[in-house]
Ligand binder design. Structure first.
Ligand SMILES: [Mn+2]
Length: 355
């Protein structure tokens, strides 16, 4: 039912983008529409057809698990689709603008005579607003990350544990708690390395009197969590405390006001303003956040857009300050936008923890 509703919405959306039918080759989008998660699957959707093509390895599971689609077993998905739509008085065929050039050449040959139209974000726009089923799964993914964070605090032994050991612990612990894997390559950055917003875990030993940033998350039932906590090993200096409190105030300022109807521009501005006013604006060098869902980074992104938040969006709120060659702080939460405000999904503590 969940999947059929999504396909109904997609058919409605096709008219808006001027396509008679849409070819779906991105496997994440294929999953979103069908629940199929193998490595070979092509979908075609039009008002008249709902076709799913996969090869012999997957056809049985597809027949058993996918409803609302004609299931076709073939290794030549495009030709099978072309055969079935040839009498449909069909002009414009949409495809994902991110396909490779060689795939585009194949499409041009197989669908000769059609107007091929590159589309972007048609299904992604549907994916932006999560249904109840998705929200429940994302919440669980966040709970798993929260617990792993609490557990890793006991695992870290200053002057002994390396960043990679921390990353491995987080990965393993989240799998123990039900995750199917990490949602991206974790950032575990200590000391000077924490001034690199994307310092992936290295062999460096975590030492006394260092900042330690951990940006991690998991896949749970195909959906991600994405959170960051920065802790301090040993006593923090006054500057370190000040920077930490500034980032925390920025993160909280956004949580206080985020709600449906807020513009993307304001979503960024509210958090950035706190850091600007503290004099660290030049050290907050990335966007305030992004959508999460089936992908770790998905629309919306927040720049100078007047588009508005919608209830059901799952977003990150991740301000940071990075002082080159010294240290950095980032705090990242996941939140669910509601009509009245937002619901915090990552509940791990955020006061400056000294370990
Ligand atoms: Mn993130």
């Amino acid at each position: 039912m969940v999947f059929e509703k999504r396909v109904d919405k997609l058919v409605e959306a096709l008219g808006e983008v001027g396509c008679d039918g849409l070819l779906v080759t991105n496997l994440t989008n294929v999953y979103y529409l069908t629940g199929f998660h193998g490595t070979a699957g092509t979908v075609f959707v039009s008002p008249k057809h709902r076709l799913f093509v996969t090869d012999a390895r997957y056809s049985l599971i597809a027949k058993e698990s996918i409803t609302g689609f004609d299931i076709i077993e073939s290794r030549d998905a495009f030709s099978e689709i072309a055969k079935r739509i040839k009498d449909d008085k069909f002009e414009t065929l949409g495809f994902d603008s991110e396909v490779s050039y060689s795939l585009y050449q194949t499409l041009s040959q197989v669908f000769e005579g059609y107007k091929l139209q590159a589309t972007s974000n048609v299904i992604e726009s549907l994916r932006m607003v999560k249904d109840e089923h998705e929200v429940a799964i994302i919440k669980k993914a966040c709970q798993i990350s929260d617990q792993a964070f609490l557990d890793v605090l006991d695992f870290i032994k200053p002057n002994v544990t390396t960043e990679l050991e921390v990353a491995n612990f987080l990965d393993f612990r989240m799998r123990e708690l039900g995750a199917s894997g990490p949602s991206f390559e974790f950032i575990v950055a200590s000391g000077e390395r924490s001034s690199m917003p994307h310092g992936v875990a290295s062999h460096k030993v975590i030492r006394d009197n260092e900042m330690l940033t951990m940006d991690f998350g998991c896949y749970y039932q195909h959906y991600v969590s994405d959170m960051t906590r920065t802790v301090h090993v040993g006593a923090a200096s006054d500057e370190e405390k000040h920077i930490y409190e500034t980032v925390l105030a920025s993160n909280q300022a956004l949580l206080d006001v985020a709600k449906a109807g807020m513009t993307y521009r304001d979503y960024d501005r509210v958090a950035r303003q706190v850091i600007d006013e503290a004099g660290y604006g030049a050290y907050f060098t990335h966007g305030i956040g992004h959508g999460i869902g089936l992908d770790i980074h998905e629309i919306p992104y927040f720049g100078k857009s007047d588009d508005k938040l919608q209830a059901g969006m799952a977003l990150t709120d991740e301000p940071g300050i990075y002082i080159d060659g010294k240290y950095g702080v980032r705090i990242e939460d996941d939140l669910l936008v509601t009509e009245e405000g937002c619901e915090l999904l990552t509940l791990a503590p955020k006061e400056l923890l000294i370990i």
